[in-house]
Design a protein around this ligand. Sequence first.
Ligand code: GLN
Length: 226
Amino acid sequence: SGDSGNKKEDTLVMATNAEFPPYEYYEGKDVVGIDADIAAAVADELGMKLKIEDMAFDSIIAAVSSGKADIGAAGMTVTKERLKNVDFTDTYATATQVIIVTEDSEIAGPDDLTGKKIGVQLGTTGDIYADDIEDASVERYNKGFEAVQALQQGKIDAVIIDGEPAKEFVKEADGLKILDEAFTEEEYAIAVKKGNDELKDKINDALASLKDSGKLDEIVGKYISS
Ligand code: GLN
């Protein structure tokens, strides 16, 4: 990944934001994680090579809709807003938005977020939820972990972020906890260019066979211990 050059027919270009463990993150110079492995398995089913392009999360939809990338795979939640600009494959994971606070915080659930300073990753569904909270001020970071560090430093009161990266980030940062009461349930899917039914159908077929063969569960199990 990482090198530019001409896009070949047999290459499936995946746009992602590799700041989102366990779905996509760096291990040395390589982007690894659930999405990277699923995309590699899908590419394999399609007889294509996978090329991963790391970019800001809020650039992924534009990369896919402009054709710069063939797919967006980034723990990306299917939303009505995004469906205006891209199509989504069948879903491959469900997720929740959770609240991270300091261990001694008085915030016990979503209702306590009124009027608070809330950190999010720019352009995510967490950003959208935070924006709807009454009198809250929203601090937007390029990386989810930066929001978590700001919380640790006392600059903000809470972080709203997806559940699995939340677990990873809290492991890395002392003095924080994830509240039991989560926000909504969401569904992750792969974004493709609007109207590209050919690619969408192929990916859906590939996803179905990965589900049937148990390969999908195997990939998830490699990164998330249940
Ligand atoms: N699931 C969230 C969203 O789609 C966050 C994804 C991410 O930060 N990679 O907005």
